[in-house]
Design a protein around this ligand. Sequence first.
Ligand SMILES: C[S@@+](CC[C@H](N)C(=O)[O-])C[C@H]1O[C@@H](n2cnc3c(N)ncnc32)[C@H](O)[C@@H]1O
Length: 180
Amino acid sequence: METFGEGSAAFYNLLVKLKLFDWAYGLAYKYIAKLTSPGSYVLEIGPGVGELLRRLERGGCKAVGLDASPPMLKYAQRRVPGVSAVGVSFKAPLRGGAFDAAVALFTVHHWGDHENSVEEVRRVLKPGSYFVVVEVDLRRMPLVGSHGCTEECLKSVLGRGFDTVVEKRFPLLVAVAKKA
Ligand SMILES: C[S@@+](CC[C@H](N)C(=O)[O-])C[C@H]1O[C@@H](n2cnc3c(N)ncnc32)[C@H](O)[C@@H]1O
């Protein structure tokens, strides 16, 4: 698992303030809005500095963020106070069956323990609900190196326990995974 310290968090927050990733937050938000109704409980794994969390809350979701990095979460707390906590995807301190949807944007490639992480997301989702994963399409954008995924890789990571469809939204891949 890759850790984000004070320096990386300050830099990431600057990029977000400069609106560099707004297109990706907008895309991820649209998917969640389409798959949920107002008031739905949505878990974001790896919210970082909290911009997507802020949009989910503003859109009427009850959002919860779980992130491994306290420095990143410090900025998330400023954007949306009180909805995020420190924790790791592979051992989520969350009640089973509590969420109507989950989302992970630009973070699955950092997770490390993918098998247990995906099992944890499955555990906390209600039956029939969705997990949306957004990553840079490594085939179209090979320069991002380890900061992206291929369609095959996403399908294999989400394989167990989810019915997954991967949609291409250049330069991104969006996996829409339904809890089986
Ligand atoms: C590249 S940042 C993306 C942040 C945010 N999703 C965004 O798009 O602005 C990746 C984030 O995932 C978090 N992260 C990485 N591995 C994690 C894990 N196993 N469990 C929880 N958070 C994790 C990092 O601490 C970091 O905040």
